[in-house]
Design a protein around this ligand. Structure first.
Ligand SMILES: C[S@@+](CC[C@H](N)C(=O)[O-])C[C@H]1O[C@@H](n2cnc3c(N)ncnc32)[C@H](O)[C@@H]1O
Length: 218
């Protein structure tokens, strides 16, 4: 598949999928071999689930060269934006993986991650869809298995109901709340947390407060 075949086409998504397929730092879960993840050796490992354009992880990777970043999303057309941004900026301690969260085990060794970021996850407001929220206890259980001892889970969102529900799930499942803000950008928390994702830029421009919780695995 050659991305240039789609440049004049109206099929923008196909063009973006082709860009993803071409990029040396982009992988389908099934194609991700040990060889590609060996760059992580000796580095801390950070995973962003539902990364979208992954500009947030790219900015962190640029700042923290001692850490290897995995930006994961089901949507290749979004991920490829961060992938080319990383290549342009010569940021090589990051890969972009098209994957559903349920396929994590194909990518991640147990107790291998230093931290996991959930950034502006879809809120799934209907009660009957609660099982799809990325802070559902079923997923918290998976994250705990992938995190090292004392590994961190960060949740950043603009959605108050999702945030309070997520806090309840964390506390009820014995995660330790280490840092908490209901207004991140007016808080004294780390500047790293204040790097904005693509969705966050929109919400901040609208004046919405951003919420963040940093919790430690049980
Ligand atoms: C609201 S967007 C936020 C994107 C990005 N984190 C940001 O803040 O700009 C949520 C993203 O999560 C992805 N997503 C939703 N459910 C997912 C799942 N189960 N596994 C992986 N990605 C998922 C979607 O494709 C979408 O890109």
């Amino acid at each position: 598949m050659n991305p240039t075949d789609f440049i004049i086409s109206r099929k923008r998504k196909k063009y973006k999928f082709a860009m993803f397929a071409e990029a040396p730092n982009c992988f389908e879960v099934a194609d991700l071999s040990q060889e590609q993840t060996q760059y992580a050796r000796g580095k801390k490992i950070s995973l962003e689930v539902g990364a979208g354009t992954a500009f947030f992880s790219v900015a962190l990777a640029k700042k923290h060269t001692d850490t290897f970043y995995i930006a994961m999303d089901v949507k290749a057309d979004r991920l490829q934006k961060g992938a080319y941004d990383a290549l342009t900026q010569k940021v090589y301690n990051i890969i972009f993986v098209r994957s559903h969260i349920n396929e994590l085990k194909e990518v991640i060794e147990p107790t291998s991650l230093d931290n996991i970021w959930l950034t502006f996850s879809d809120p799934f407001p209907k009660k009957r869809h609660a099982k799809h929220r990325l802070t559902h206890p079923n997923f918290l259980h998976q994250y705990a298995a992938y995190l090292k001892q004392n590994g961190s889970l960060y949740v950043k969102t603009d959605a108050p109901n999702l945030f309070t529900w997520s806090l309840e799930q964390l506390v009820c499942n014995h995660w330790l709340i280490n840092e908490l803000s209901f207004d991140l950008h007016n808080s004294t928390l780390s500047d790293n947390y204040k790097i904005q994702t693509s969705y966050e830029q929109r919400f901040v421009a609208e004046g919405l407060p951003i919420m963040l919780v940093h919790s430690i695995k049980p």
